[in-house]
Every structure is written in structure tokens, then in C-alpha cells.
Design a protein around this ligand. Sequence first.
Ligand SMILES: [Zn+2]
Length: 351
Amino acid sequence: MKIEELLKDLDAITIIKLKNYLLENLLELCSTKNSNSKIISKYKKEEMICEKCGCKIYKNGTTKNGIQKYICSGCKITSSQTTNTIICHSKLSFEIWRNIIDNLLNGFSLRRIAEENNISLLTSFRLRHKVLYALKHFIEGIYLSGEIQSDEKYFSINLKGTKTKNMPRYSKKRTSTSSPYRGISHHKVCVVSSIDENDNLLLKIVGLGRCTTDMLNESLGQKLNEAKSITVDSASAYQKFCKKNNLTLNAIPSGFHSNDVYNISEINGIHSQLETWLKKFRGVSIRHLQEYLDWFVYIFTMKKRFMLNKIKTESYSKIIIDNNYIKSKNIFSIKIPIDLNVAYAEYINQS
Ligand SMILES: [Zn+2]
């Protein structure tokens, strides 16, 4: 129900009384034991189908905290309102969740988030990744149309947090004193970054080394919706790509941001914003780099769509109702988006 609907029969005095009542009791009203699940149930579909067997799911009583439970008519698997959401198995209150999401939007350090919300550093770490993971659907829903600017950004490989046994083994006999690869080699992770005329942004890890047409097909190619043209400063990989997708290619001489008619200044600006923003996290592991890129895209998009004071609540409902739950133990085993054996081929001990 819309808030306007709720209020339409009230007179001015009652509305002012209501406002005062809400202000005085806000915390209490929002911090009931089931306030998180109440929000989720608002967005749950009337008719639910079991993911495992395809049968209808029925209501099946409530827990003592008032959380709705469900049962599948086919396989009898039970679930609840919070199953597969970020608050599944979480004992944290609405206010804490909302505050943590706000802290993350503000780019607070894990330590500060832990202190502010009275949670452990490990919980703080896990929650950050759960929130980043929950943004996947939001990011997947972004498409680019009309005129697009595109470029690539190359990152060094950061293996922070990767267990030694999972790293490529380095050869002890490294005879060559300098790497035979200069500039953009297969030691660099390539991120395709594109923005359209309506500020829809794409930042996607596509692989190792210089960007190829195949990499573009796999990333940008999946994200086009009535796109017309692409402006780039390095045309080689884009020529075939544009032909295949019926796009006009506007190429700017390499090293320039504009050729008087077209420019890629917007995407270049985003690259420098991204660089500054990533510095706050003091090195992001390659395993989690895509999550951080998604987080950046999320904040960028929300700032374009909403006034600052609305982003907090909007973010809360978006993240909390999304059924994209990742178990804590799985955070550490998120797949590395590149092949380390390719990246370090010449260093790997052959013996
Ligand atoms: Zn079932």
C-alpha cells in the first residue's frame, strides 16, 4: 500500500499527531523482532513455486517471532520468509542492518563498522561481502542503450587472502632479470568499462591481457539494449564487435580524450573516481574485485537516481529483499575470475 493512500482520509491535525508519534517511537516501531521479515513479506509474491520440484508452496504456520513459514506441496521442503535473503540466520536487528548498509555506502573501514555496530571484525568482514553479493541482481539488471563510451582499465593481480597452496608455485631458477612482457601483458586483469547516455554503467572483469573482441562479446555484448554507437580510443577489438552488433564506431586517436566531435571523457572520469575509491580499501583481492566493481556501480547508479537522503532506505529494502544469499563459508571460495596458471605461466615450476 502506498503511504499517500494511507494518509488520504486523515485531517491535518491527525497527520501532525501521527508525525510526532512516529518521531517519538521510531526506534521501537522499527526494532521489533520481525521487522526485517515484515519488510520481506511485503515484497514476496502471492504464489510461490518450489525451485527444486516446481510444485506450489503453501503457508505453514509461523515461528514464535512471527516469521511466516512455508512448505512445498511436492517435496515437503520447508522454508521461511527469510530463506535465501541476506538476513537468513542473522540475529541482527533492522536498525543494525540499516546502519551497516549505510556505513558501507559511506566506505567505512571494517574496524569502524565493527565498533559502531558492536559486532566482531569477522562479522563485519562477512557482512560486507554478503551485502556486495546481494547487489548481483541489481547489477545484472543494468543495460546500456543509445550512445556509449567505452574503455578498458587494467589492474595488477592482487592475491591478498589467497591460500599459498592455491597459488601458482614460483620457479626458484628465474634466470631472466626482467619480465619479457612490457605494458599490458597477461599479468594484468582487464576490466571493460562502458557508460551510456543515461548514466548506465558497466564495469566487468573480462580476463587477462589486452582486451579482445571475444572479451567484448562476453561482457558489453550481453548488456546492449537498443545501443546506437560506441566511442572508444582503441578501435582494434571494437571493429568486429560493432559490426556484429550493428553499432557505429567512433574512434578517437589513442592517447586523446576527444577528437572534437566525440569524446570518452566521461568514462575516463569514472576511471579516476574508481581509482580514488578503491584506495580506501587498501588493496582488493582479485577474488573479490568484481564485487567491489559492482559496489562502485551500485553507489554511482543510486546517486544518479536518488537524492542522498533516500539512498539509505532504498538500499536497505533493495539489499534485504534480494534472494541472493551467500553462506559465510562460501565467501572465501568465490571463484577467482582469471586463470592464475595463465597469469604466471612463465614463473611456474615445471619440475
Ligand atoms: Zn518442492
